[in-house]
Write a protein that binds this ligand. Structure first.
Ligand code: ZN
Length: 146
């Protein structure tokens, strides 16, 4: 029942790891939040800019760590940009459910479905979730700041 580890590293994951989208910092930003995954040494910083009417106007990330953590962050920024913060919250819930092996409609996740195989490697699930839990915190702080 074990898959070879290299099945984790499908083309789409490697592509995002090597050429991360929305990498950098946002000026100005509504909030900046950092997250770490000590189990693997992954680090992430996420800047978000939200609008008064509750849209995630822009997002950028910086970080270092394993390919799963960084590719997940890159794919996430593409998936959530321009969504309402409510929609982002739903997407976070969908992604977390997928990573925990729950049956979900993966269609809204697009390329992120490539990370589904990571759930078979429990130690790597936190790598895939790092960007998402960090974004969740960013949205909470942004809501509190507005
Ligand atoms: Zn990792």
């Amino acid at each position: 029942m074990s898959l070879p580890l290299d099945e984790l590293y499908r083309d789409v994951i490697l592509d995002h790891y090597k050429q991360p989208r929305n990498r950098g910092e946002l000026e100005p930003h509504t909030v900046r939040v950092e997250g770490t995954n000590p189990l693997c040494g992954d680090e992430i910083q996420i800047d978000v800019r939200t609008t008064a009417d509750g849209k995630l106007d822009d997002i950028a990330f910086k970080g270092r760590g394993c390919s799963i953590s960084q590719a997940s962050a890159s794919m996430m920024t593409e998936a959530v940009k321009d969504l309402s913060t409510d929609e982002v919250g739903e997407l976070i819930g969908t992604f977390k459910a997928m990573m925990h092996g729950q049956p979900v409609d993966t269609e809204p996740l697009g390329d992120l479905e490539a990370l589904e195989g990571v759930q078979k490697f429990p130690v790597r699930i936190k790598c895939a979730l790092l960007a998402w839990t960090t974004l969740e915190q960013a949205l909470r702080e942004a809501a509190a700041a507005s």
